[in-house]
Design a binder for this molecule. Structure first.
Ligand code: ZN
Ligand code: ZN
Length: 171
């Protein structure tokens, strides 16, 4: 079985695909974060766009997402911490990618909001939802921790969660 690129033990079909296809919605900030990373891998730009909070969605476009995505070869996702309580809905993660043959990472602390379903995202869903009662998770904003992340060593476990050594896998 091929595991979902987002780093769970599940297959893509049982993990992020139902979200990308509009058959399910993310139940937590962490699940939304994983599915958004996975959408980069699977080139589901519309999903990345639509899961942006409606208030800040104007700051991105499907084209800009495609543009950035075409320059990166995604290797793996590591969730560092995730908090989902009454005040804070945030996920800190490291997304590894290769660019021009070099391993690099994107380290981000993302903020999420649980908000009423908006029209554009509602259209993406296969089953109509009652917009007045439905709240969904949206990606709201990001900050970038300036802590330096060590690149994996040759004998470390690979950043793609394959369980293999880095040198034998993505290294
Ligand atoms: Zn997944
Ligand atoms: Zn690997």
């Amino acid at each position: 079985m091929n595991r979902c690129p987002c780093g769970t033990q599940l297959s893509y079909e049982n993990c992020c695909q139902p979200l990308h296809d509009g058959k399910a919605i993310a139940q937590s900030p962490a699940q939304l974060m994983r599915s958004r990373y996975c959408a980069f891998v699977k080139q589901q730009s519309a999903y990345i766009y639509l899961t942006h909070s409606p208030e800040t969605r104007h700051s991105v476009s499907v084209e800009s997402i495609n543009e950035w995505n075409s320059q990166c070869d995604w290797c793996g996702l590591q969730l560092v911490t995730s908090t989902n309580d009454t005040l804070l809905h945030q996920v800190e993660f490291i997304a590894w990618y290769q660019q021009a043959g070099k391993l690099n990472y994107h380290h981000e602390l993302s903020q999420f909001l649980n908000e009423p379903l908006d029209d554009a995202f509602a259209k993406h869903l296969q089953e109509p939802k009652d917009k007045n009662n439905e709240k969904v998770w949206y990606y709201a904003s990001a900050t970038y921790p300036d802590r330096k992340i060590a690149l994996p060593k040759r004998n470390d476990e690979c950043i793609c969660n394959s369980g293999q050594k880095f040198k034998k896998c993505c290294g």
